[in-house]
Ligand binder design. Structure first.
Ligand SMILES: Nc1ncnc2c1ncn2[C@@H]1O[C@H](COP(=O)(O)OP(=O)(O)OP(=O)(O)O)[C@@H](O)[C@H]1O
Length: 278
């Protein structure tokens, strides 16, 4: 594939700079079962294997109930696999830790702290000295465009602004991986598009390893380097799709043939899955 006559270029595999990066997240033969109320067990995830490389933007996309959130919760250390293991930078995950930053759909800011204090929260816990803390907070306030809201409380912010604070707070701790579970799911469509652009810009600056869960195919293709398409009953990885489109990416990408072809491919996979469920 070569250059397009548009603002978005399609990468060849030799352009793909993350291919030779070390593996940052490794999900190894992970099975997750829950006890059923009437006895027996329900298998939510079946032998899931995936690897995410340093600086890669990985998107997990799939139908409702296929286990996307469960996989992210396991990676966060908020729950434990029935079988298999998860490693971050080679270390087995046993509990939540500062190496994994989390941004979820619900606004999880501390309501009694200002925007600046929310962003500084993790740094304070790590006993980072005050001047350094202030510099880091100022940097991330600027990164998410909230310099003028540093002293506001969460209740004074819109939904999009709250999620910008959540992103800044997660990044301020300099995690190895940013875990994002439908972070824009509660936002109106216009704000959601703006947030996607903001996240892309921040990612293009910071090049953090990201694992992002969504059921929105457009969002998945716009943001992701690789899509892990999941199927349900039980949850499994159906296919891994490379999104060979160079950055910077903008919303106009959705009009381009490569984007539409990828969207068709993912939709076909998800529809197959729905057909199997009926
Ligand atoms: N604590 C639990 N106890 C029993 N079953 C659970 C539990 N948590 C999740 N499940 C089940 O596991 C399956 C996967 O759930 P999960 O929330 O991970 O899916 P999802 O793909 O994130 O769905 P959605 O897109 O609707 O949020 C679902 O069938 C869900 O009902």
């Amino acid at each position: 594939m070569g250059q397009l006559n548009t603002t978005h270029a399609v990468a060849t595999h030799t352009d793909d700079t993350t291919l030779d990066h070390p593996v940052q997240l490794s999900i190894e033969n992970v099975t997750l079962r829950f006890p059923k109320p009437d006895g027996g067990e329900f298998t939510a995830l079946d032998n899931v294997c995936m690897e995410v490389r340093d600086q890669e933007f990985a998107v997990i996309v799939g139908p409702s109930g296929c286990g996307k959130s469960s996989l992210l919760f396991l990676t966060a250390g908020l729950s434990h696999p029935t079988e298999g293991q998860i490693r971050v930078a080679g270390e087995t995950v046993t509990e939540p830790g500062p190496d994994r930053g989390m941004v979820f759909q619900g606004y999880t800011l501390f309501p009694w702290l200002t925007v600046r204090e929310n962003i500084e929260f993790g740094l304070k816990r790590k006993r980072v000295p005050t001047p350094e803390r202030s510099d880091i907070a100022a940097h991330y306030l600027k990164e998410v465009g909230l310099e003028n809201f540093a002293d506001n409380y969460p209740k004074q912010l819109s939904g999009g602004m709250k999620q910008r604070v959540a992103i800044a707070r997660a990044l301020a701790n300099d995690p190895k991986i940013l875990l994002m579970d439908e972070p824009f799911g509660a936002l109106d469509s216009q704000t959601r598009l703006q947030m996607q652009q903001l996240l892309l810009r921040v990612w293009e600056h910071k090049k953090k390893t990201v694992v992002f869960v969504t059921h929105d195919i457009d969002e998945a293709i716009l943001l992701g380097d690789r899509l892990f398409v999941m199927g349900a009953r039980p949850g499994h990885i159906r296919e891994i799709i490379n999104v060979d489109i160079l950055h910077p990416r903008t919303l106009s990408l959705a009009m381009e043939p490569e984007f539409i072809a990828l969207k068709r491919r993912v939709m076909a996979l998800l529809h197959d899955d729905l057909d199997e469920m009926h």
